[in-house]
Design a protein around this ligand. Structure first.
Ligand SMILES: Nc1ncnc2c1ncn2[C@@H]1O[C@H](COP(=O)(O)OP(=O)(O)OP(=O)(O)O)[C@@H](O)[C@H]1O
Ligand SMILES: [Mg+2]
Length: 260
């Protein structure tokens, strides 16, 4: 599989705290990569650097072989890298379709030359299409996001990524605040995205979720990459043990980033 994202020796320090200490990582087109590790391992810091929310102290980020320097999440989004943070960054009082099209609204011409107005009907229809692609039914595109369930809100956030034709969707703890049924719904959303050839990076403390959806796992500890393993035949208990012991044993696959 072709390489989508390549991180080379990423360091990040916050004053005296070394959050990342030289992490290199390759993400291939179409995979669901999970980043695991204890609290404070550096997972969120790593994705903040990929998403343009933070700048690395040193190191390089390559997207499809080209070095990138995202100045902000909007900058990354314009290049097809969408990050869904735990708080989802949705506007709860705005309607479903307004959230999906936020910052990139559709407009239409009017009978007054050069005057364009928001095309609410088209945006509502397209919003329903994006949600349909994810198998999520939200009856009213004009409902405020505040009235939706946690799983439905995740679907709105993911639809927003689809609207930008994101080729990489990064999710930080997407199921942390959800109940059993909504968690299942979000895991299904991830599978739908995967089926549509979207590449996904997921951070999760829930080992059951990780083994259920990820194709590969990277484990971080104290700002370092401990190793990588495939999820095939891996149980949640085994994964928890590897993280707790800080050792992947025979499961560790050391991949050469230069080799395809
Ligand atoms: N803005 C910041 N200022 C100072 N230190 C920070 C900042 N952000 C993160 N850190 C530190 O960097 C380290 C890595 O934090 P990070 O949030 O990346 O961990 P994490 O793996 O996402 O943990 P968790 O599982 O708890 O979310 C921690 O020691 C944390 O305290
Ligand atoms: Mg975190």
């Amino acid at each position: 599989m072709a390489t989508l994202l390549d991180l080379k020796s990423i360091h990040k320090s916050y004053g005296a705290v070394q959050a990342l200490n030289g992490v290199s990582l390759t993400v291939r087109e179409g995979e669901v990569l999970a980043i695991c590790g204890d609290n404070g391992a550096g997972k969120s810091t790593l994705i903040k650097i990929v998403s343009g929310a933070e700048a690395a102290t040193s190191g390089q980020v390559f997207l499809r072989g080209k070095e990138v320097h995202f100045a902000s999440p909007a900058d990354a989004l314009a290049c097809g890298v969408a990050t869904i943070y735990q708080d989802l960054a949705l506007a709860p009082r705005l309607q479903v379709y307004q959230n999906i099209f936020m910052g990139a609204e559709l407009t239409r011409a009017t009978f007054i030359p050069f005057l364009r107005i928001l095309d609410k009907k088209k945006m509502s229809q397209a919003a329903a299409d994006y949600l349909g692609r994810l198998n999520i039914e939200i009856k009213d595109m004009k409902a405020p996001v505040a009235s939706l369930s946690g799983g439905q809100r995740q679907a709105v956030a993911i639809s927003r990524a689809l609207r930008w034709q994101a080729s990489l969707v990064i999710m930080d703890e997407p199921t942390a605040a959800l109940g059993v049924r909504e968690t299942a719904q979000v895991l299904d959303l991830i599978r739908q995205l995967h089926d549509q050839a979207v590449t996904i990076i997921i951070i999760s403390h829930n080992m059951e979720d990780v083994v259920a959806v990820a194709t590969r796992i990277v484990i971080l500890k104290n700002g370092l990459k401990l190793g990588e393993c495939l999820t095939e035949n891996l149980t949640a208990a085994e994964l928890s043990r590897m993280i707790a012991l800080g050792d992947l044993g025979d499961r560790n696959i050391i991949r050469q980033t230069a080799v395809e």
